[in-house]
Ligand binder design. Structure first.
Ligand SMILES: *Cc1c(COP(=O)(O)O)cnc(C)c1O
Length: 409
């Protein structure tokens, strides 16, 4: 019995029998890159997603891009005019953002364990620090004083609720992220009293949610908490980073998020904000939702072999580039991501195979018992939903094959 594959995202076409991205055939893209494995990121998919988002969201709510989802410089450059801000999570991402020329006043820096040197470069550059603890805020204030700078400080809140159905939970109970909600007002008042530029609150409750109902409920809770905390701080909130957690369908039976429903509910919420939030700048911060479905990982079949009646397509790719497809990144039960034979994209799927990578570990699986067009050595395999947390969230040094090529088309 074959196992289902995840849904191929909309917008991918067939050209001369092959998968085409950005109007180019898979084989032509590989020729252009000079090698496999290769990540291809599609401009038109990113554009379409941003268009849909802007159409659904109230104008009042901005969109930030969480760079860690895909820090390829061409992807960031492409998003620069399309989004309102950027979220970074390390001094390395700060350096990248500045080298690309992003405006520091549009950048906020979240993440636990910021070192003193990271705080220093962020303060010197003028980016907003989303402080994750009282200790971090104190270190930031001390460093800013030494530098003679006014630090831009927001507080990341550890809320007492979380995004239900979320793939990765980041709120609710003890967490390494953020300051427990009950302690936020004291810290905010102290930060303001010390002369920092108060940049408001950051409430991130989880990731990879596909239920509009859960997202709407959570965003209602986020606004309610922001109001309570701001009332307790005693000054109008300047900015609220509302998190997001918008997911994409990776697996069989996953349904795309109902974006118009989320947008309509958010419009209602922001039409009726309490006075303490009335002037606040509002933004969502999204990663995978903006770029995940825009990425395709292409690898080549190196061997076709049979073991005890089971056919294996052995590729030159694997979990060292696309860990998520192997089921070893944030999932409990392994399910198949969307996978196709890129070089025979429209051929009938009548061959049941296991698609594996080239690493010496049984974990390195790209598709189990998948019904695909018959592929031979030399054919190209496409793994979809590879635009986020692929190239830089996989153990690319493992086994020494090195990183994959990447291109934006
Ligand atoms: C990782 C991260 C994001 C992006 O998450 P996605 O699931 O890719 O949308 C947003 N905000 C924070 C604070 C994060 O850590």
């Amino acid at each position: 019995m074959s196992k289902p594959l995840g849904p191929i995202p909309p917008g991918y076409e067939t050209l001369e029998g092959e998968l085409a991205v950005g109007g180019k055939r898979a084989s032509a893209l590989v020729t252009e890159a000079g090698r496999t494995p290769l990540f291809v990121y599609s401009r038109s998919h990113i554009d379409q997603r941003m268009t849909d988002l802007r159409a659904a969201l109230p104008q009042r709510i901005g969109v930030n891009y969480a760079i860690k989802a895909n820090p390829h410089p061409d992807v960031i450059r492409h998003l620069e005019p399309l989004v309102d801000g950027f979220d970074i999570a390390s001094a390395g991402e700060l350096e990248l953002a500045l080298s690309i020329g992003l405006d520091p006043s549009r950048i906020s820096f979240a993440g636990p364990g910021k070192r003193d040197d990271e705080l220093e470069s962020a303060i010197a550059a003028g980016v907003t620090l989303n402080c994750e603890s009282e200790g971090e805020a104190d270190r930031a204030l001390t460093i800013a004083q030494r530098l003679g700078r006014t630090p831009r400080i927001a507080i990341r809140v550890n809320p007492d609720f979380e995004l239900r159905g979320s793939g990765m939970k980041m709120g609710g109970g003890a967490k390494p992220f953020g300051v427990d909600a009950a302690r936020v007002p004291d810290l905010a008042r102290r930060v303001i009293a010390e002369g920092a530029a108060w940049r408001g609150l950051h409430i991130f409750t989880g990731s990879q949610a596909l239920s509009s109902h859960d997202i709407i409920e959570t965003q209602g809770n986020v606004l309610k908490l922001a109001k309570e905390l701001s009332d307790a701080v005693g000054v109008p909130l300047p900015k609220l980073n509302m998190g997001g957690g918008f997911g994409i369908p990776y697996f069989p039976r996953d349904k795309a998020l109902d974006l118009p429903a989320v947008g309509a509910a958010l419009s209602e919420m922001v039409a009726d904000l309490p006075p303490v939030l009335a002037r606040a700048e509002l933004c969502l911060e999204l990663g995978r939702f903006l770029v995940g479905e825009a990425g395709v990982y292409l690898c080549r079949v190196v061997d076709r072999k049979v073991s005890y009646g089971v056919t294996y397509l052995v590729t030159d790719g694997g979990l060292h580039h696309q860990l998520a497809a192997s089921g070893n990144f944030g999932t409990v039960v392994r399910r198949n991501c969307p996978v196709a034979i890129a070089s025979r994209f429209d051929a009938p799927a009548d061959d049941e195979v296991n698609v594996v990578g080239c690493l010496c570990t049984p974990l390195d699986r790209l598709a189990d018992q998948a019904l695909l067009p018959r592929a031979e050595v030399g054919d190209l395999v496409a793994v979809f939903c590879a635009g986020a947390y692929g190239a830089t969230a996989s153990p690319s040094a493992f086994l020494g094959h090195g990183p994959a090529a990447e291109m934006l088309v």
